[in-house]
Design a protein around this ligand. Structure first.
Ligand code: FES
Length: 150
């Protein structure tokens, strides 16, 4: 039997064995939840955003080694990026940052890209809702401006 590990780069193996940013973020600004219906793998990605910059990212992945490595890498790649920059991160960029993936495992990097996009979309949707609330609830009328009842 050929050595199956040889098709994975050192970086993939490193992120698979020591994944970065595993877990959840308390009160995240965006959550992405995606799954691959074919293999059944699931990925959840949490982001914290401050003034339009992603300051933290964590993930929980129930899946193959390549899915774990790509989740780990994508959380490293987004930190310090603006939301707009993060939206540009493709699955290919994640795979390249890992030193490549075997063709049969490229779909695992798609899961990472989709999880990130899903978290960013959630963040943008939450921001819109917050803006709407702000517009809908104007400050209460100053007491001095209330019509006099006397
Ligand atoms: Fe399902 Fe890798 S085999 S994401």
């Amino acid at each position: 039997m050929s050595n199956v590990w040889a098709q994975y780069s050192e970086k993939v193996m490193e992120h698979f064995k020591n994944p970065r940013n595993v877990g959840e973020i308390e009160n995240p600004d965006g959550i992405g939840h995606v799954g691959n219906p074919v293999c059944g793998d699931i990925m959840e990605l949490y982001i914290k955003v401050n003034n339009g910059t992603i300051v933290d990212a964590k993930f929980k992945t129930f899946g193959c080694g390549a899915a774990i490595a790509t989740s780990s890498m994508v959380t490293e790649m987004v930190k310090g990026k603006s939301v707009e920059e993060a939206l540009e991160i493709s699955n290919r960029a994640v795979a390249e940052a890992l030193g490549g993936l075997p063709p049969i495992k490229m779909h695992c990097s798609v899961l990472a890209e989709e999880a990130l996009k899903s978290a960013l979309e959630d963040y943008l949707a939450r921001s819109k809702r917050k803006d709407k609330k702000r517009v809908k609830s104007p400050k209460s009328i100053e007491p001095s401006l209330k019509p006099s009842t006397s």
